[in-house]
Design a protein around this ligand. Structure first.
Ligand SMILES: [Zn+2]
Length: 91
């Protein structure tokens, strides 16, 4: 599992990297310059009008690039991703 506090939407995105479970993301194993594929597409709906918050991003070489369909202030921008917390290495 890889998780990080997202600088765009403020949620903690938790990504499964165990290919035995779906969905699974490919992670390059570098906590300083992480690359995760495919894109992260998170959303939630709330309220009577079913307003939707969406966060859609690519993480490449330690940068997080938000796509234009994000609903937060960093839509369409790229920012540095803080270093990931060290993940415990299973054997
Ligand atoms: Zn996000």
């Amino acid at each position: 599992m890889v998780e990080f506090k997202c600088p765009g939407c403020g949620w903690t995105h938790i990504l499964n990297t165990d290919t035995g479970h779906r969905p699974a993301w490919a992670f390059n194993g570098d906590v300083d310059r992480p690359t995760l594929t495919p894109s992260i597409n998170a959303w939630r709906e709330y309220g009577g009008k079913r307003k939707t918050d969406r966060c859609h991003s690519f993480v490449t070489d330690g940068r997080i690039r938000f796509l234009d369909d994000c609903t937060h202030a960093l839509a369409g921008q790229s920012v540095d991703l803080p270093s990931l917390p060290q993940t415990s290495q299973g054997t």
